[in-house]
Design a protein around this ligand. Structure first.
Ligand SMILES: CC(C)(COP(=O)(O)OP(=O)(O)OC[C@H]1O[C@@H](n2cnc3c(N)ncnc32)[C@H](O)[C@@H]1OP(=O)(O)O)[C@@H](O)C(=O)NCCC(=O)NCCS
Length: 161
């Protein structure tokens, strides 16, 4: 029977699965295997995944790579397997990231990636900037989006009561 599990990627071999997904989802803009292993091993990065378990078999359905940039997370990569999209796995992983982020989360996304921009918009992210000609391969603009942790604003970040 299939079971879903959501959390930190807890086995190194999972990196090879993510590498294959990177190629499927991002075409020529995939992260190399050595970059992925570096991120897995380095404490500044968090790798989250939604994993389907069927007996001893595991399949990564969605993954999210975060860089911990001093209380704020930056989304480095985020993908859900085609055929498994619009089932809520992306939102669940993003909610997990939000629960870990003290100040907030930011990201850059290609201006032409309307699906991702709609996804982030519906999940509380706002457009805060445009970086002109940011992507070297296509010269496309990047949209910078940000989600702020409201709890942090309410307490002024000082922790004072
Ligand atoms: C962006 C991405 C990770 C979203 O993952 P997902 O698992 O499909 O997202 P969810 O199912 O959790 O979507 C949650 C909500 O976001 C919104 N949303 C998701 N995809 C959307 C789309 N294509 N268009 C409009 N809204 C969308 C919807 O409100 C959705 O809820 P609903 O289906 O009940 O309406 C996925 O579309 C993907 O892998 N895209 C290709 C890679 C990519 O562009 N990554 C981001 C680069 S920064």
């Amino acid at each position: 029977m299939e079971k879903m599990r959501l959390g930190f990627l807890d086995r190194r071999e999972g990196i090879r699965d993510i590498f294959l997904l990177e190629k499927q989802i991002f075409g020529s803009n995939y992260l190399s295997l050595s970059d992925l292993f570096y991120m897995y091993d380095h404490e500044s990065y968090e790798l989250l995944a939604a994993i389907e378990q069927c007996g001893a078999e595991e399949r990564i359905i969605s993954y999210l790579i975060l860089l911990d940039a001093f209380e704020t997370y930056e989304i480095i990569k985020f993908g859900t397997v085609e055929g498994e999209r619009r089932k809520g796995w992306g939102k669940k992983l993003l909610d997990l990231a939000k629960s870990m982020a003290r100040d907030g989360i930011f990201l850059e996304v290609r201006e032409t990636n309307r699906n991702a921009i709609a996804f982030y918009g519906k999940n509380g992210f706002e457009k805060i900037n445009i970086r002109k000609n940011y992507y070297r391969d296509t010269n496309e603009n990047a949209v910078v989006m940000c989600w702020k942790n409201k709890r942090e604003e309410e307490t002024d970040g000082s922790g004072a009561l």
